[in-house]
Unconditional design. Structure first.
Length: 395
């Protein structure tokens, strides 16, 4: 099994004796990916010892679903009946291990990978083992996707950028016709166009004029929406993927101004955001070929720059989030984050993440966002770059 061989390679890299996954009722998607979606109703451990055949510590009732040919080819079954037997199996099976990987995160800061329950981790620690995070391991099975998924991602990027252009032109059209247009109308236009292009999303796009854009997750509704008029600053944050099981999100944020010339105060702040992204990309290009780079490091590059320009207190979220094959644009892999968490997962080939610094000052908010795919130890910007604020009435 190719995935089991990959686990062994990772254990070698980590110098770990085993990877121990614990689950209940198929909550751990990575464990399910090894076994298939079986009806398991009792606590189960999936254990990958370094250099040995993997095994499952499982309840006797669940063995009826774990005795198929494929499962028994890849895993031995260590069966318990009572809770005392389960603890004794752990004690005996793990007695030779000194350092193990488990699905935990440092100080519980990454809930997406904190899948092992407290009691199980503490009991294993009590047996004398050092427990370290399996975050890098999990990422390679949950956030790295196929070449087909990448092609679907590129298609979504192209369509999303096209619909973004249409949305700004729609604002111009409605201003010329009526002198104003609601945020909600433009949001609905974007969502309708996504559907027409065979795309789906988890939540509708954000369309926000300057003061509303102070809230990173503001979104207009039919009953609560501001009016876009001449001289308004407009933020559009939009995300969607192809309607396909392997679809990967495009997630972008662009800024526009309803006028023919963009005022300096808007342009100046936007250039801070653009340069912050430039510095992140340059950092990745320079460092990835040489060494292990972790998510928090990239966040710190843009955060330090924005702070140096006097806007540090107004940058109130991480620089970026992972994007993968998922129902949400917020995937399970490495985030570009040294703010909400200290993400120490490695940036590896085959992952995608957003770069989306923002400045949310009291007078108005701005954000710029693109997506970066890592290929051959280099960052590839796949979702376009905004060089300056769009002068909407000059389109």
């Amino acid at each position: 099994m190719e995935k089991i061989e990959q686990v062994q390679q990772e254990l070698e890299i980590e110098k770990a004796d085993a990877w121990i996954m614990v689950d209940y009722e198929n909550r751990n998607k990575t464990l399910v990916s090894f076994l298939g979606d079986k009806m398991l109703t009792r606590k189960i451990f999936m254990v990958f010892p370094h250099g040995e055949k993997p095994y499952l510590i499982c309840h006797s009732i669940d063995t009826v679903f774990l005795s198929d040919e494929e499962t028994l080819k890849n895993f031995d079954l260590h069966v318990y009946h009572t809770w005392e037997e389960m603890l004794n199996l752990e004690k005996n099976d793990f007695k030779g291990y000194k350092k193990v990987l488990m699905d935990i995160s440092e100080n519980g800061l990454l809930p997406r990978i904190s899948l092992a329950d407290y009691g199980s981790v503490e009991y294993i620690k009590s047996l004398g083992m050092e427990v370290i995070s399996s975050g890098d391991m999990l990422q390679k099975f949950s956030a790295v996707y196929s070449s087909r998924a990448h092609e679907l991602q590129l298609k979504a990027d192209k369509l999303t950028l096209m619909i973004k252009d249409e949305a700004f032109k729609k604002i111009k059209q409605r201003i010329l016709e009526s002198g104003e247009v609601s945020e909600y109308e433009i949001q609905k236009f974007i969502c309708d166009r996504f559907h027409e292009e065979g795309m789906v999303y988890d939540d509708p796009a954000i369309v926000a004029i300057g003061s509303n854009a102070n809230n990173p997750h503001y979104g207009p509704t039919e009953n609560c929406s501001s009016v876009i008029k001449m001289n308004d600053l407009v933020l559009i944050d939009m995300w969607a993927k192809m309607d396909d099981p392997e679809g990967v999100y495009a997630d972008i944020t662009w800024m526009g101004f309803v006028g023919e010339n963009v005022p300096e105060i808007y342009a100046e702040r936007f250039q801070v955001l653009k340069t912050a992204i430039d510095l992140d990309v340059e950092f990745l290009k320079r460092e990835l070929p040489k060494r292990r780079v972790e998510g928090w490091e990239v966040d710190q590059v843009s955060r330090d720059y924005i702070a140096s320009k006097g806007y540090g207190n107004y940058f109130i979220h991480r620089t970026g989030h992972n994007i993968a094959v998922d129902v949400s644009p917020h995937g399970p892999g490495v985030n570009i984050d040294n703010y909400e968490s200290h993400d120490q997962r490695e940036i590896v080939d085959g992952v995608t993440f957003s770069l989306e610094p923002g400045i949310y000052a009291p007078d108005f908010g701005e954000r710029s966002e693109t997506n970066v795919y890592i290929e051959n130890r280099q960052p590839v910007v796949v979702a376009g770059r905004q060089e300056k604020i769009i002068a909407i009435m000059a389109l």
